[in-house]
Design a protein around this ligand. Structure first.
Ligand SMILES: Nc1nc2c(ncn2[C@@H]2O[C@H](COP(=O)(O)OP(=O)(O)O)[C@@H](O)[C@H]2O)c(=O)[nH]1
Ligand SMILES: [Mg+2]
Length: 456
């Protein structure tokens, strides 16, 4: 009897506690940032979140013309920084806010809505969050509304820092880390950054800053801000950094870099489409490829036994590379000759081409690759294209290249570099990954991409 009463009272308590508050946002926030102290009193969740002292949101954006894959690298610089910063007082409640994706220069499908896209369109944000406290922009709006700030139509940004390089990086031949306010700064000239076009943001102060050094120097800048008399309250603070690409990695290619990189898994729908394509068109599947892919990145271990699908994958960067980097970018004819030679050497009969080439260039490439089994991903319907958008199509290309038996990329393309990294995570032998198309098929004077192996 006693036991029965206990069970009934437990059930009642569970029903009461789940009914007492909006479970979706509250549970999510608890799970995200492990607000453990709240777990016993879930029904008070919004209030206790409101008590987070010194909550600081760091917004950022990158120079508008920069492409998708440099932006991914800038994210890693900031994620590593924020993770470490959050361990130190008074930054325990710092959050990095992911900038909405504006329409990038390379996203050419003008009929599609590709404006203000969340990171969750392309990435598994929950996976990234297990590395560092990051929020998609809409999550930031939700989160900050817990403080009642959405009662007014604006979110006040205490200070927007627009970063510039120093003109002279070396003082008497020495590189010093430093930043310096530029007194002549006309805000009106710098409002084209996509972040500032978010209508709910209202910048209280706008500061132009010369900046030279690693991302850790941002810690000094934030500390300086917090020490400012006007800031010494427990209120929520929002800062923004524009041109965050000026900030350098603390350590490029170390364990922390790779942890942040591994946490950047792609959004599940894109992974699935790439998988189905490999199965259908390339006769490949997970069992054959034998790559390392545990359900969560935290379970990945040093591994060098991936086999990959039975195809060669090549990333042929055209567009601005073909026009502006003629000394290192091969002609299509030269690329085709190199592809044939590599296929023969490796005894492969199928080549997968990832490229931003125009329709005309593709026709030419096919002509140069006659009698070669060439494959290229295109969305199977307009509906699928509207779902994945130009950015997702590029990621599917990267995923298919990442799972190939052998890969060749383009010199100094960040698109290629992200494929190298993906293959390092999946566990391929280096010689199957770090390959570069040469300018000339003869390989004389060839410039190769750098090799950055994975570190655990
Ligand atoms: N779908 C697809 N898009 C590509 C490919 N190569 C380049 N692009 C597009 O062009 C952009 C290139 O810019 P970015 O990401 O900065 O890489 P980078 O300029 O090569 O260093 C990509 O983000 C894509 O939008 C490709 O192989 N496939
Ligand atoms: Mg680029």
């Amino acid at each position: 009897m006693c036991r029965l009463l206990l069970v009934i009272s437990c059930l009642a308590a569970i029903i009461l506690s789940t009914a007492a508050y909006d479970t979706t946002t509250c549970d999510k926030l608890q799970e995200i940032f492990s607000l453990k102290e709240n777990q016993l009193t879930k029904h008070q969740c919004p209030k206790s979140i409101g008590k987070r002292a010194n909550t600081i949101y760091l917004l950022y954006d990158v120079n508008p013309p920069e492409g998708f894959n440099l932006r991914r690298d800038v994210y890693i610089r900031l994620a590593v920084f924020i993770r470490q910063l959050a361990r130190r007082k008074p930054f325990q409640n710092v959050r990095l806010v992911l900038p909405p994706w504006g329409r990038l220069f390379h996203w050419k499908s003008s009929h599609l809505h590709q404006y203000s896209l969340p990171w969750s369109q392309f990435f598994d944000v929950a996976s990234m969050r297990r590395y560092a406290p990051v929020l998609d922009f809409s999550e930031f709006l939700d989160d900050i509304s817990k403080f009642g700030l959405l009662e007014t139509p604006y979110i006040q940004v205490q200070n927007v820092f627009k970063l510039f390089h120093f003109q002279d990086m070396f003082e008497q031949g020495v590189f010093h880390e430093k930043f310096q306010i530029i007194s002549e700064c006309r805000k009106e000239e710098h409002l084209h950054d996509f972040l500032l076009q978010q209508p709910m943001l209202w910048e209280k102060n706008f500061t132009c800053l010369r900046y030279q050094g690693s991302v850790n120097l941002l810690g000094d800048l934030l500390r300086q801000q917090l020490n400012h008399a006007a800031m010494q309250t427990n209120d929520v603070k929002v800062f923004a950094i524009l041109n965050a690409e000026v900030v350098l990695h603390d350590q490029w290619g170390d364990r922390e870099f790779w942890r942040a990189r591994r946490s950047m898994r792609f959004a599940e729908p894109l992974v699935k489409i790439a998988e189905e394509y490999r199965m259908r068109e390339l006769n490949s599947n997970k069992a054959l490829e034998r790559v390392q892919r545990p359900p969560i990145w935290e379970e990945e271990r040093p591994f060098r036994a991936a086999v990959g699908g039975n195809y060669l994958a090549v990333h042929i960067r055209r567009g601005d590379f073909a026009r502006g980097r003629q000394n290192t970018t091969p002609t299509l004819k030269s690329a085709a000759t190199q592809i044939r030679a590599r296929m023969e050497l490796l005894n492969l009969t199928t080549v997968y081409i990832a490229t931003d080439a125009s329709g005309m260039e593709l026709t030419n490439l096919k002509a140069y690759l006659q009698r070669v089994r060439m494959r290229r991903f295109t969305p199977e319907s307009l509906a699928q294209k509207a779902l994945i958008l130009d950015g997702g199509q590029a990621i599917i290309d990267q995923l298919i290249c990442a799972h190939a038996r052998h890969f060749i990329g383009t010199f100094e393309s960040t698109f290629t570099y992200r494929i190298y990294e993906e293959r390092e995570i999946l566990g391929f032998l280096r010689k199957t990954t770090f390959n570069t198309l040469c300018k000339n098929a003869s390989r004389g004077n060839c410039e190769y991409n750098s090799i950055w192996p994975i570190v655990y």
